[in-house]
Design a protein around this ligand. Sequence first.
Ligand code: AMP
Length: 290
Amino acid sequence: MHAEANILTISTIDQMQQESARLLDAGKTIAFVPTMGWLHEGHLALMREGRKHGDTLIVSIFVNPTQFGPTEDFQDYPRDLDRDVTLAKSVGVDVIFAPEAKAMYDKAYQTHVDLEMLPRHLCGPSRPGHFRGVATVVTKLFNIVRPQVAFFGEKDYQQLVIIRRMVRDLNLDIRVIGVPTVRESDGLAMSSRNTYLSEEERRSARSLFQSLQQAQDSLAEGITVAGELIHGASEFIGSKPHVQIDYIAICDPETLEDVDRVEGPTLMALAVRVGKTRLIDNAILKPMED
Ligand code: AMP
């Protein structure tokens, strides 16, 4: 009965390393879900999946400063460890690892993990350094937690592709599993940042998912030209109050390079500022079979 078992909260890197060494010595498999906390059903879906794949389920909660730009919401990012521990416990998490930023990055810190091409697309241009911060912290967390299997949401599709590539490139012996996006009843992708939205902004935010659905519908009607699908989405989202489109892209789901036409499973990804909140969403568009 995992839900009733005790949950261990660890805040130092040393203690986490000792606990993982102990678990691995005992022959346990470690499943790992990295998060920034303020947990919602999306995170819990990753944990439920993780529960199925490992003897021990470890979740990290760490608002990683190096993946936020200087004008981004690092200070304001919602945090509540007690609430997160209660939620994690309810889905059978065994260990919460919540390190301090100054322990993860000491004053002389200078090593980073950088990918060449994948971070140049989609969110990369408007979030310089973001994916370098993500790849670096995930590598560090992998080295500290030592999981055999790790879970990432498809909601952050570019992040998932980058982590998969990094794991291959660096020969990390870790299976990466992607988990489908969990949505609110009106389709809005769950996100810790949804908490920033006013009521009116929240209504506008629905347009992200709706535009993805409309693109899929247009595709079913035979519109395969990426530019036309992007134009449709742009007109639709742009008609809502408080929105500013960062990008709408239709691209190869592995390289993230733009495509002109949707000819096989293709990624449609978008980022939109609603008020001050930057939201992202994506879907795999599938053309009709001939
Ligand atoms: P975050 O705390 O935002 O860094 O997210 C931690 C993990 O949860 C990442 O792998 C995200 O992709 C994943 N995640 C966030 N929101 C969702 C969602 N709505 N559905 C599925 N996974 C999600």
